[in-house]
Ligand binder design. Structure first.
Ligand code: HAM
Length: 412
């Protein structure tokens, strides 16, 4: 075993497997662009306070954060989630609204590593700041669900709820708190002492005692104020209009504290339930203010790239794109022709590679096959020919000056 390995809970993604990563990110970026979102790149680490604002009562912040002092004595944290970073950047730069951003970024959580749960994972996500319009919720939810559908996933469940707002949630929270306080002794060890922190968290507990104690608990959906109820109705009508299937689930609670109103999760049913959350998101209408900005509503989502790819494996969809190369140059005349031809093919917009170190014809043909290229351009003392690699076909003798044209023609 080599002396150094990727740290626990992290992994390397090498070619050819990384081609799926690239393809997924490419599809996401195209969909985000098509909906008017632009790329935001923000630091991998922030002042720890940025993330504290997203949830003092959450595991993500309390237990799992990679925080540390830098050499200047600043308390920093590696980004555990993307929304707070984008909101911090928004507050700092105050771009015009609507501000529609997307990101592709690593995220860090000190979790117990297992399949689908890592210490460094990667998310594609969007954040839209400015409009409180429920139709924006529809756009964001449809974008997330649409990406998973576009990859070919069919066993994805979209769970949707509303968590209310500053007008109706406090009273609901009190009612839930009272309900749970009356059943304190029945709750699991972890939640018995945490009801006051955030009673909503208990609704998300998977342990039997908490499930029992919350079975007849008051539900946020029954306690929405008129404005939140109208907002939620409009979101549901919009999703129906766009043909996005969803399931209203009043028990949905997400692992971060900032959510208000529309909140959703995309669950990959092909994965084990503990890691089936392929992505999620929702509104966070108070977060910009919490980070020192003017009152500005916001909504977004984050999708976990690794979980999506695991779900694709489980459903047998979205295989690695085949054949990243158009042509592979095999040269038995010393290598100059390979050097010049690959450059020529690439200038012509083709994807080309070659064999190195003047190996035998057989060794070079083996390398050509392994490369996954569709065609071989074979340079021998007698001349140049173009041959199909992955399936049987005639070798076609071509003029040296016509190689790029011949390759293009053969690719169809
Ligand atoms: P989140 O649900 O904490 O939301 O994470 C989003 C997704 O990242 C999860 O659904 C999951 O697929 C993936 N993920 C999270 N933790 C891990 C892990 N340890 N290993 C592998 N995958 C993981 C957020 O982070 C919010 N910022 C989403 C959002 C954006 N809400 C509004 N805007």
């Amino acid at each position: 075993m080599p002396q150094f390995q990727a740290p626990p809970g992290t992994f390397d993604v090498l070619p050819p497997a990384s081609a799926r990563y690239e393809a997924l990110v490419g599809r996401f970026a195209r969909a985000a662009h098509a909906a008017g979102y632009g790329l935001v790149v923000s630091p991998l680490f922030e002042d720890v306070g940025v993330f504290r604002r997203v949830g003092e009562s959450t595991d993500v912040v309390r237990k799992e954060m990679y925080d540390f002092d830098d050499k200047g004595g600043r308390r920093l944290a590696l980004r555990p989630e993307g929304t707070a970073s984008v909101v911090r950047a928004f507050v700092q730069h105050r771009p015009p609204t609507p501000f529609k951003a997307f990101y592709v970024a690593p995220h860090f959580r000190y979790e117990r590593p297992q399949a689908g749960r890592y210490r460094q994972h990667h998310q594609v996500g969007v954040e839209a700041l400015g409009p409180a319009d429920p139709d924006l919720d529809v756009e964001v939810v449809a974008l997330a669900a649409g990406l998973l559908g576009d990859l070919g996933l069919t066993r994805v469940r979209l769970r949707l709820t509303s968590l209310g707002d500053a007008a109706c949630r406090p009273a609901y929270r009190r009612a839930l708190h009272d309900h749970l306080a009356a059943r304190r002794d029945e709750l699991c060890d972890e939640h018995r002492d945490r009801i006051a922190d955030n009673p909503l968290r208990v609704l998300d507990c998977k342990r039997e005692p908490c499930r029992k104690a919350t079975a007849d608990a008051p539900r946020m959906l029954d306690a929405l104020c008129a404005a939140c109820a109208a907002h939620f109705d409009r979101v549901q009508a919009g999703l129906r209009a766009l043909g996005v299937a969803f399931h209203v689930d009043p028990s949905l609670v997400r692992g971060l504290d900032y959510y208000t109103r529309t909140t959703f999760e995309l669950e990959a049913e092909a994965l084990e339930s503990a890691q089936s959350g392929a992505g999620g998101g929702g509104r966070y209408d108070g977060l910009v203010e919490a980070l020192g900005g003017p009152p500005t509503p916001g909504i977004g989502f984050g999708l976990g790239i690794e979980r999506i790819l695991l779900a694709c494996d489980a459903e047998g969809v979205f295989p690695a794109p085949a054949g990243l190369l158009d042509a592979f140059v095999v040269d038995t005349t010393g290598g100059e022709a390979a050097r010049d031809l690959t450059a020529e093919l690439r200038r012509a917009g083709l994807r080309a590679d070659r064999a190195w170190e003047d190996r035998s014809f057989k060794a070079q043909m083996k390398a050509a096959l392994r490369s996954g290229a569709r065609l071989a351009v074979v340079v021998e003392p007698e001349g140049v020919s173009v041959r199909t690699l992955q399936e049987k076909g005639e070798a076609e003798v071509v003029e040296r000056a016509q190689v790029a044209d011949a390759v293009r023609r053969r690719l169809g």
